[in-house]
Write a protein that binds this ligand. Structure first.
Ligand code: ZN
Length: 287
């Protein structure tokens, strides 16, 4: 288990983009024609694509009234608080450590930062579609720890005007398997009375929708090193799943120790791929 120190620097691509934007802004202010002749056509195509696309403006507030819980894995500062995160807490009929440090890429980009950034992108999409989003942590800080798995597991259970709970919860993680190669896998709870008996069936359906949108939708490979290589795992030992009263899955979005996945996970463009696929999965599940 690595102990990451700080998030990656802003990417070179981002700096290049800013530089290019400045050049364009300067050219516009000088009255130069910088747009290609077919710019209006391109704009119209973009609008048409948006109107056709289920992600576009025509999709409206399709998720109005829906409540989604996003659980961005481990807090960045967990490794600074060993006593707190090793404390045993209820995990669904047994006890388990409050939290762990999480993993990181070989370059030191922490899982905590990855999951937080993907969650923020996903939250933005969900809110634009009208959903209410509950985040299990609102910061990504070296000075904070937690939240414990029992808090994360129960998050959203009593949400909503009637306290009947949120519509679903997704716990977002990055895996750390050395030599295992790239790929994601989705984890759903098994049927464990009384803990998950009420939610294991809808959770399995949610898991299959998430797997479909990540694999067929976003062309991400299944992790080959776990769960028979089909991208779908069922576990009874995770407090985050066991204590939920709402349909829930945990997603190991990729293997941070694989160079191919690390590249995707450490770029904004790559994280948008994950967020978009999860958004489409949530929307499909709630349709
Ligand atoms: Zn994790």
């Amino acid at each position: 288990m690595s102990h990451p120190t700080k998030p990656a620097r802003r990417s070179l691509r981002c700096d290049l983009f800013l530089g290019l934007s400045l050049v364009v802004a300067l050219a516009v202010s000088l009255g130069l024609t910088v747009a290609p002749a077919d710019a209006r056509v391109a704009d119209r195509d973009l609008y048409a694509a948006g109107a056709r696309s289920a992600d576009g403006p025509a999709a409206g507030k399709r998720l109005s009234g829906r409540i989604v819980v996003l659980d961005p894995g481990h807090q960045l500062g967990n490794h600074n608080f060993p006593d707190q995160i090793n404390r045993l807490v209820p995990a669904g009929g047994f006890k388990k450590a409050c939290n762990t440090t999480g993993t990181a890429t070989d370059g030191g980009y922490p899982e905590a930062t990855f999951t937080f950034e993907v969650s923020r992108l996903l939250r933005k999409r969900l809110e634009a579609a009208g959903a209410d989003v509950i985040m299990t942590r609102k910061t990504n800080s070296e000075k904070r720890w937690g939240p414990c798995i029992n808090v994360r597991g129960r998050a959203g259970n009593k949400a909503g005007p009637d306290h009947t709970g949120a519509d679903l919860k997704i716990s977002i993680h990055g895996d750390g398997n050395i030599g295992g190669g790239p790929g994601f896998h989705v984890i759903a709870p098994t049927d464990r009375k009384p803990w998950t008996h009420d939610i294991y069936k809808p959770s399995r359906r949610l898991a299959k929708v998430v797997r479909h949108k990540l694999h067929q939708g976003a062309h991400l490979p299944y992790a080959g090193y776990i769960a028979g290589g089909d991208g779908l795992d069922f576990r009874s030992d995770l407090g985050t799943l066991n204590l939920s009263d709402i349909p829930t899955v945990m997603v190991e979005m990729g293997n941070m120790r694989s160079a191919a996945d690390a590249h995707r996970m450490t770029t904004v463009k790559g994280r948008k791929v994950y967020a978009r696929a999860l958004f489409r999965a949530i929307r499909a599940y709630l349709a």
